[in-house]
Unconditional design. Structure first.
Length: 130
């Protein structure tokens, strides 16, 4: 098991995320539909902890593509990028964390943020759910 390291702090307050969610959604859709152009390698390893549990690791080698939607997202977020490395079902995730190449924690979208991005229209979502 990896050593216990504190979780990454959220990057955005909720209002700032909503302001950037449209460009994030547009970029994520574009990136998911073009994975083979920017993700170069995925390596998965599985450790069997006992008869009921596993520890799954996924390593991803990638290059952020030079695409207009990436520039629009960076402009909207003030720099941080949201990159869709995998589509995972949260109901199966336990003790999930994401790390950079040095083992430092990196932020992952919350369920609420992911929902807003998946809808692709954060303003209409905000009006329906004050």
């Amino acid at each position: 098991m990896p050593p216990s390291v504190p979780a990454a702090e959220p990057i955005w307050p909720s209002h700032a995320f909503l302001d950037a969610a449209g460009p994030i959604a547009k970029a994520c859709f574009s990136l998911v539909s073009r994975w083979r152009f920017w993700i170069h390698r995925r390596v998965e390893s599985i450790d069997f902890l006992d008869e009921y549990r596993i520890h799954r690791r996924l390593s991803v080698d990638f290059t952020v593509p030079d695409m207009p939607v990436i520039h629009e997202m960076a402009s909207a977020t003030g720099g941080p990028l949201v990159l869709p490395f995998a589509l995972l079902s949260k109901r199966y995730l336990r003790n999930f964390d994401a790390r950079d190449e040095a083992g430092r924690p990196i932020p992952v979208l919350t369920s609420e943020q992911n929902h807003v991005v998946a809808l692709g229209n954060p303003r209409s979502n905000r009006q329906r759910h004050p």
